[in-house]
Design a protein around this ligand. Sequence first.
Ligand SMILES: [Zn+2]
Ligand SMILES: [Zn+2]
Length: 293
Amino acid sequence: MSLRVDNHVHTQHSGHSAPGADIRSMRQAAEAGGLTLSLREHAPLPEGYAFRQTAGPSREFPPVSKAVGLALDDGSLEAFLEEVRTAGVSLGFEVDILGGRLAETERLVAELHRRTEAAGVTIDALNCSHHAMHDSPWDFTPQTLHAAAEACGGPAWFARRYFGEMRKAVATGLFQSVSHIEAPLKFEAGSPSGPVGEVWQEEMARTLETLARHDVALEYNTGGLATWGRPYLSREHLALAVRLGLKLVVGSDAHDPDQVGRGFTEAEQVLRQAGVAEVWTFKAGRAVSIPIS
Ligand SMILES: [Zn+2]
Ligand SMILES: [Zn+2]
């Protein structure tokens, strides 16, 4: 496996992982597939901040308490960091930008660096993730996404806001990589068409250009296979990323040992065909090349 590293792996601390997703099991699964892993656990929410439940809770609107497992104020972050330190695995976090609350995100990232340093662990990478519109996670179900789009004034406005918040976050310099950029399409059969499709294409192109300008990597997230039927980076946008010279980072978004390295064999082929000669991983925030051709 020349991709070598699965750069997006969760653990039982995610709040919504399979029961057997302890660090050792995840690492064993990676090794069995010829990979090493780099964790991207959901970062705790800032103190005093809570997600809002737009409806339910029900099957359509799962409890928002499951969105993030770690917290700053109950010792769970320290327990997680001690497990990471003992296991000696690469650590990163998926940091939700909380509907564009960048000042809070900046404070949270500073706090994360303080806590990890105190625990004797280094953060290899921070991924910029957008799972929440206003105060509510949109990515649980078609209903939660629909509610978020309605709150924005429709799917086109959702797209403008989603990408706009992402671009501002990328410009802060806090992040090494952007996660699953096409995840808002997860409940659709393909890419959007018509006027919404036009907005989507335009916003996507502007955002990839912003990544290029700030030298922030883009994630090729094979977790999309489970929901969208393809990785989160369609071939068309992969081609654009290659033209812009973006660094690509491959991750499975595994929440279960069975999902570690999912789709990596095909991912490698697709990336080669697209003209990608190297993918990237991070060590203490520094990009490290993994040649694949
Ligand atoms: Zn995510
Ligand atoms: Zn994830």
